[in-house]
Design a protein around this ligand. Structure first.
Ligand code: GDP
Ligand code: MG
Length: 786
């Protein structure tokens, strides 16, 4: 067996290629930062290539300098782990910029194959690449592939096997530079010391690379002397920049001419026209909101398209409490699954246990404790799957990148830079990869800020909470006026608004420091691939079911115990209705004890109100647990009317807000701890989450309770909360007026590039200029600088 590494720019298609070769189910996303970890898998083809290949997918990088963890990981892997072959994956639609990395990879002593990906796209455009000539210039094999379509992969693999066991010495890829001489001198010094990949080390030494300089201080000193001499002789300075310029010059004069663009009509492409609307300064956010609202309503509403409200007769006669209209797909699937699991299956288990003569508490533990809670959670699986499909469609079609761009423009005004937005948007799926994605953020200030904002971008596991409350409480309380889809939409909007406000205040008054420049690409619009979407759905389903079957099952057993046992460790006696008397249980005494603390939030008003607060805190285990706990307390749906809890619509939204903003699940908390890597920052973030959720919910309740004026639910608490809120708003407004201009609303620019190239010779120099920002764009038609 031998080892092959895939390296290349972010979004060059490494992971897609990796998946195509290994058949493994790695997530395929658009964001730089998703592939921060090392990913490994095997290629096997029994008949033609009996020996399997061990393939490693390295993180996406723009160069081999030591500035980001990705760059360090990649170069250390190639230098130290000595893969037998490196496949350098290039994005054909951005060939110039991608070749910059190639010039550095080729300096290492390792066999290299260049895989030019996205062949399908340039082929469709009518562009061609002279791979024979390119291969001759680079001195290594060049293969055209399309990782997505699967073309050229056999050829690539054949080349890999052909190179197996061969050796290759690094080559310098900026031939006519006047630095070349010095690089070779230093390289000879390195070679004398038996340093592996002397040419690469030499060019890094001349670039004043911090890692290599520390590693080989003596040679570094000699290199410096040589450099000084050269600088004196040629009257030049700044070797890192010189080398970078030489590389670019070499690429555009020697390598890029191998790219032959086809003839193209000089009009705005369809994609440009779409971008003009979708990323429009005024329309961008309303369009996004509209897409979300319509999507949620179609998928998650009790009353599909409000047809019942408009007078369609109910098609749900078989329901216990018939609702108007027909259910949307998500609700229909959820109800069906709920019936199968909770009514049919649990009924079967219950009668089986009774027939077998099991103790009644065993039957209760299994049926009412564990099964009821776990099934309550699992019944949300169809909704999670549909949400995943929805987000995947937005992501894979290329629209999410536009959303990031649109939000950048908005959030930048509040001091949150574009670099933070990409990981934040991926938190809509799950906060864990979102938090890990913050590794690409270099500025510690922005990293802390971004991590602190992650819960506000509601993850998929919070959807069940929104939907349970939305369809079973808010929908009922509002007489059908606010449906589940609307509730979910409102909560996603609340999250974004809180993120903006919290970001603004943290920026201005808590976390201070510098922001860093940011560069980002627009992927081309594409018809989403069924395969990528279904893989993502499968992955989510697997994660969800595993959590339900393990953590949630165990935790539900624990909650059942705390609910059915008193402090005397005896089963609690039954109440007048023959149900266990919850008020004597352990959990109720804890709940009742902390209940007063949460009165201002408005959702713990009645005697049983503590159940909500307990439910919210059990969500730290996993957010799905909130629904499981509510189920076992019987405070959802029909149970609400009889529970004497006195929840109102504002109270329900306050509860949802608390769940949205408070501590995320334990997996996300521990990821945040690892990424923050500082006790002080970690404590700050925890405190931030707790206080924001408290303040945020109180605020939502105070505002919402205005709608209660004139009803029996409007009392002293509401008046006090509204007055306090008003006072707080006035105080903040005055404070802001006095402290104007505290926030530096990031002067740096976000640069967005299309994959589309109209004039490649231009872009060869232009767009690759500085992958870390400050690049200027000369072509305005397909470049959205602002
Ligand atoms: P990585 O960052 O290098 O791992 O890139 P990914 O594998 O995540 O790919 C980035 C995007 O490019 C994904 O949306 C892929 O579906 C898409 N993609 C990758 N290879 C191809 C290809 O050959 N043709 C087309 N049209 N799209 C591709
Ligand atoms: Mg990747």
């Amino acid at each position: 067996m031998f080892k092959v590494a895939l390296c290349g720019n972010p979004n060059s298609g490494k992971t897609t290629l990796f998946n195509a070769l290994t058949g493994s189910q790695a997530h395929v996303g658009n964001w730089p930062g998703v592939t921060v970890e090392k990913r490994e898998g095997f290629y096997r083809h029994k008949r033609d290539f009996p020996e399997p290949i061990d393939i490693v997918d390295l993180p996406g990088i723009y160069s081999l300098s030591p500035y980001t963890p990705e760059e360090i990981v990649s170069r250390n892997f190639i230098l130290n782990d000595q893969p037998d072959v490196v496949i350098n994956v290039l994005d054909a639609t951005n060939l110039g910029r991608n070749l910059f990395l190639t010039t550095q990879v080729l300096e290492m002593n390792v066999p290299v194959i260049i895989a030019i990906n996205f062949f399908d796209i340039i082929h469709k455009r009518g562009d061609t690449i002279d791979i024979d000539q390119l291969s001759k210039k680079l001195g290594v094999p060049v293969v055209l592939v399309s990782a997505l379509k699967g073309t050229g992969l056999r050829d690539l693999i054949a080349q890999v096997y052909a190179l197996k066991g061969t050796k290759r010495d690094g080559t310098l890829q900026f031939h006519d530079s006047n630095l070349q001489e010095t690089v070779f001198q230093v390289s000879n010094l390195c070679a004398k010391e038996d340093i592996p990949s002397p040419l690469f080390i030499a060019s890094k030494l001349i670039e004043q690379d911090a890692i290599v300089t520390n590693q080989y201080p003596e040679i570094a000193a000699k290199a410096n002397t040589l450099l000084k001499a050269r600088e004196l002789a040629t009257n030049t300075k700044d070797s890192e920049e010189t080398i970078a310029n030489d590389r670019y010059a070499y690429i555009s004069s020697e390598l890029y001419p191998c790219y032959h663009p086809g003839v193209r009509p000089p009009k705005l492409s369809a994609s440009d026209r779409a971008d003009k609307i979708l990323t429009n300064r005024w329309l961008g956010i309303p369009i996004f909101a509209l897409i979300m609202a319509i999507g949620f309503s179609i998928v998650f509403d009790n009353d599909f398209l409000h047809m019942g409200a408009m007078g369609l007769p109910s098609l749900r006669a078989f329901y216990e409490t018939p609702l108007p209209g027909i259910p949307s797909l998500g609700i229909f699937l959820q109800d069906s699954l709920d019936w199968i699991l909770n009514t049919w299956f649990t009924g079967l288990v219950r009668s089986g246990l009774m027939a077998a003569g099991a103790y009644s508490w065993v039957t209760s533990l299994i049926c009412d404790g564990i099964l009821a809670s776990v099934f309550a959670v699992i019944s949300f699986l169809p909704l999670i799957m549909l949400l995943t499909v929805f987000i995947q469609l937005l992501e894979n079609s290329g629209y999410m990148a536009r959303v990031a761009f649109v939000f950048d423009r908005l959030l930048r005004k509040f001091g949150i830079s574009g670099r933070c937005i990409v990981p934040l948007i991926s938190c809509f799926g799950c906060a864990v990869p979102g938090i890990m994605g913050t590794r690409t953020i270099e500025s510690p200030r922005e990293k802390v800020l971004t991590i602190s904002l992650t819960p506000f971008f509601a993850c998929g596991a919070k959807l069940p909470i929104f939907m349970a409350i939305g369809t079973q409480i808010v929908y009922v309380l509002s007489g059908g006026a606010i449906d589940g889809g609307m509730t979910a939409f409102i909560m996603y909007a609340v999250g974004i608004i809180v993120a903006i406000l919290a970001g603004y205040f943290s920026n201005a008054y808590v976390i201070q420091g510098e922001s860093s420049p940011f560069i980002m690409e627009f992927p081309p619009y594409m018809v989403p691939r069924a395969k990528a979407t279904s893989l993502a759905v499968l992955e989510e389903t697997k994660k969800f079911l595993i959590r339900a079957g393990t953590i949630i099952a165990i935790m539900s057993g624990v909650i059942w115990f705390l609910q059915n046992f008193g402090w005397n460790w005896q089963l609690v006696p039954n109440d007048v209705n023959g149900n266990p008397d919850l008020s004597q249980s352990i959990i109720s005494s804890i709940g009742v004890f902390i209940q007063p603390l949460f009165y201002p939030l408005g959702f713990v008003k009645g005697v049983g109100g503590w159940k909500y607060i307990v439910a919210a805190f059990t969500g730290i285990v996993a957010k799905e647990q909130v629904v499981a706990t509510m189920e076992s307390f019987g405070i959802l749906g029909a149970g609400l009317a009889t529970s004497g809890i006195g929840l109102t619509i504002p109270g329900a939204f306050s509860f949802l807000t608390f769940n949205l903003l408070t501590l995320p699940c334990i997996a996300a908390i521990s990821t945040a701890k690892a990424e923050l890597n500082s006790k002080r920052n970690f404590r700050y973030v925890l405190l931030f989450w707790l206080s924001i959720s408290y303040i945020g919910s109180a605020f939502v309740y105070a505002i919402g309770s205005l709608s209660l004026i004139g009803t029996a639910s409007y009392g002293i608490l509401e008046i006090v909360m509204e007055s306090l809120t008003l006072a707080a708003v006035v105080a903040i407004a005055i404070f802001l007026l006095v402290n104007r201009k505290r926030v530096k609303t990031g002067k740096e620019k976000i640069h967005l590039f299309h994959f589309d190239v109209e004039d490649p010779s231009q872009t060869a120099v232009n767009r690759l200029l500085n992958p870390l920002g400050s690049a200027s764009c000369s072509r305005n038609s397909s470049c959205n600088c602002h």
